[in-house]
Design a protein. Structure first.
Length: 254
């Protein structure tokens, strides 16, 4: 092997002056330090906040917006602090999460992701919405807003519905919006979960498994123009759904 080849194969550090390596490292360290200083600097502080996605039926919507704006003003567009947003939404059970989009240098857009109202607990004294995960939504105004009722005489003591009623919520949570709007009530017994539609048709789900497949089977049957009146749809085996009874029809949405 020639001397020229040996020289070429030497490590790069043997051919680069030490002062140049030190200079590069210094630039990297200074750049990192500058970035960490800049990301929390007033030069990129959040000054304009846009909040999207708050349900107009939320009775505390103004409070939610104010809380999110206050949290955002403690950030910069280079350092969006998700823990501050999580803390800000804790008093608002309607909110599941918040997404943030920073527009350099001073604008932050927050998108509120809300829990889906799925069912209703109705007593002599109050009507209370329940989200698809069982969370109670006490601040949701329900005037002119219909949801299927759960078979509960009293609201739970906790902030979330637990126990056997959870199966009923799980079934309703899987319903397509169009069919959820037509559901009147849900109940559970030894035979499983039954959802009664407006007009009287019972959807008998059995156990609360494969519920999306069962809703698809229900949708296919209920939309079949060849089927007139019926009393129930047995969905316990969705691939072999059965119908029976007479005297009930599904009303049109809206």
């Amino acid at each position: 092997m020639t001397a020229a080849a040996l020289t070429f194969m030497r490590p790069l550090t043997a051919r680069v002056p030490r002062w140049a390596i030190v200079l590069v490292l210094a630039v990297v360290v200074l750049s990192a330090g500058y970035f960490f200083w800049l990301r929390d600097s007033s030069l990129v502080s959040v000054e304009a906040v846009r909040v999207e996605g708050i349900d107009p039926r939320a009775q505390n919507g103004d409070e939610l917006q104010a809380a999110l704006e206050a949290a955002a003003k403690e950030m910069t567009t280079l350092h969006v602090r998700s823990e501050l947003l999580t803390e800000a939404i804790k008093p608002f059970p309607l909110v599941e999460s918040v997404k943030a989009r920073a527009d350099f240098p001073h604008k932050l857009t927050l998108t509120v992701i809300e829990r889906r109202p799925t069912a209703l607990i109705e007593t002599k004294d109050e009507r209370l919405a329940v989200a698809s995960d069982g969370t109670l939504l006490p601040a949701l105004a329900l005037k002119g807003f219909e949801l299927p009722r759960l078979a509960l005489e009293n609201p739970p003591d906790k902030s979330k519905v637990e126990g056997p009623v959870s199966d009923q919520i799980g079934v309703l949570a899987a319903a397509p919006d169009a069919l959820l709007a037509l559901a009147e009530s849900a109940r559970g017994d030894a035979g499983g979960v039954t959802v009664t539609m407006r007009g009287g048709i019972e959807l008998r789900f059995g156990d609360a498994v494969n519920v999306r497949e069962k809703w698809r089977a229900a949708a296919a049957i209920l939309s079949d123009p060849g089927i007139g009146e019926l009393g129930y749809v047995d969905l316990s085996s969705p691939s072999r759904a059965a119908i029976g009874g007479i005297g009930a029809t599904l009303p049109e949405a809206g």
